[in-house]
Design a protein around this ligand. Sequence first.
Ligand SMILES: Nc1ncnc2c1ncn2[C@@H]1O[C@H](COP(=O)(O)OP(=O)(O)OP(=O)(O)O)[C@@H](O)[C@H]1O
Ligand SMILES: [Mg+2]
Length: 269
Amino acid sequence: MIVAIVNEKGGVGKTHTAVNLASVIAMKGYKVLVVDLDAAAKASLILTQNENNKKTIKDILFDKADPADVVIPSQVPGVDIIPSSKAFYQADTRLSNEQIEGADSIIYPEERLSYALTVTSNITEQYDYVFLDCPAKLDKVTLNAIYMADRAIIPVFPTRWPLEGMMTTLTKIEQVNNRHARNGIKLDGVIISSFKTRANILKACISSVPDLVGEERVYKTTIRDAAVIGESEWENLPVVMYAPKSAIAQDYFRFGDEFIQRNEVTTNG
Ligand SMILES: Nc1ncnc2c1ncn2[C@@H]1O[C@H](COP(=O)(O)OP(=O)(O)OP(=O)(O)O)[C@@H](O)[C@H]1O
Ligand SMILES: [Mg+2]
């Protein structure tokens, strides 16, 4: 199952959702791949201690590299990664301007990632779950992730702009689905991060989410606001590895349980 972690807005917890959910799912024994689609390469740094990996998603998308030659094990057992790097920063422009020929048809800009990872390679089939960490824009890169994924997880912080980003992202998902005659991507759920239990104003914000997306689409787990996540960033580790006993790590473990209850697949093992 391919899951895009997506929200048009920046700094809403996409990358921490991707790396921690991937880690928790792998700890349960599933085989997990993270694809870093952000030139900021933060997921790459947190999962490999390196933001300058030699081979990256850029080589796959633009230089016909075989994904099998790019994927590397992360420092989390059971999680592999296709890294990104700063070299990916022109991806949006290149995807918009370049058109490539497939075996028997033209591959349109938003189909390129899917073509490279699921048509000319079978890399995604080797994993139970593939998480796509998207950049903070609804650009061509994110559209590629939306086109390729079976499910979307939208992380939000409980404040106004992340919720607006959630709505814009949902509209974009609908547009991509309408453009293509196939089953399409479905919203798995909205996960609320940086949750401050004592801030009353935020409660109003949070209570609006079920009305906007449907109660069943909102994860019951919330990821609390915790400074230890900043510490984990300094060590380049997912917080579930850096401080597995911390309260926020427990939140991520619960989130992983809920994710699997919703999206269980037969394991590749
Ligand atoms: N639960 C949390 N508690 C406190 N701080 C958090 C929490 N989750 C994330 N943060 C902080 O918020 C910032 C943004 O998180 P993250 O990088 O995961 O967001 P993002 O949506 O991937 O951002 P970008 O759009 O820039 O890629 C980080 O600096 C992180 O330390
Ligand atoms: Mg990010």
